[in-house]
Design a protein around this ligand. Structure first.
Ligand SMILES: [Zn+2]
Length: 228
């Protein structure tokens, strides 16, 4: 859901074993773009405007954390939704523009949550998910995205499929070698269990630097893991 990616090795989607693992790739028009996409990054003008905007954000984060719950040694930034609403963002987005926004997409939510975890001293990395919904839901989101288009010449990422959607989240190394996936847009932690149906997690990928354990799953850097 963003046009700027982290500088990392790209996913080789034309590998036929991947198609066997993820047969839904062939059913979704934009699936190859989802697979090829990297985690979103907020850009920086390399000047006072963005330095001050980022400092303002981190200061605000500290003040919000003071009143938030500690859980597993972390203070998850559930309060991001106090200021920002979920909706379309035009990418690339620099810090100084971002803090003026009321509406941000999941890529921006994830990038901000990472900043907060890192400032708390918790290793945090970009992560991506593919989630199953109903076509009724996806039709509604497609319409919402069309209406909320910020109207720039920049293209909005085609994250909504027919039954699946692409979503950006955040992975933290909560203890050495242990992963936890945080949905920065909706403020909840994913449960490492496979289930079917509406809202179920189909696959995820983490841009972590080494293998991490997530429940019974082993998370390998930059590799998609099929959950259900
Ligand atoms: Zn700037």
């Amino acid at each position: 859901m963003a046009l700027v990616g982290v500088d990392s090795k790209r996913f080789e989607v034309r590998d036929s074993s991947i198609l066997q693992q993820m047969p839904w790739l062939t059913q979704e028009t934009h699936a190859l773009r989802w697979m090829d996409h990297c985690g979103s990054e907020i850009t920086h003008h390399d000047g006072r405007c963005c330095v001050e905007a980022r400092e303002w954000f981190l200061g605000w984060a500290r003040s919000m954390e003071a009143a938030s719950l500690v859980e597993g040694g972390m203070r998850a930034p559930t309060w991001l939704s106090d200021r920002f609403e979920w909706g379309p963002s035009a990418w690339p987005i620099p810090w100084c523009e971002l803090i003026e926004q009321k509406v941000i997409d999941c890529g921006v939510f994830a990038a901000l949550a990472r900043e907060v975890f890192l400032a708390q001293g918790t290793p945090a990395f970009p992560a991506q998910a593919v989630i199953r919904y109903s076509d009724r839901c996806t039709r509604h989101w497609q319409q919402y995205w069309k209406e909320g288009d910020p109207g720039t010449s920049r293209e909005l990422f085609p994250w909504v499929g027919s039954e699946l959607v692409y979503h950006e989240i955040c992975v933290v190394e909560s203890k050495p070698g242990v992963a936890r996936f945080y949905d920065s847009t909706w403020g909840n932690w994913y449960i490492p269990q496979s289930r079917l149906g509406y809202g179920s997690l189909v696959a995820l990928r983490a841009f972590c630097s080494e293998d991490l354990q997530w429940g019974k799953y082993q998370i390998r850097p930059l590799e998609w893991l099929v959950i259900s």
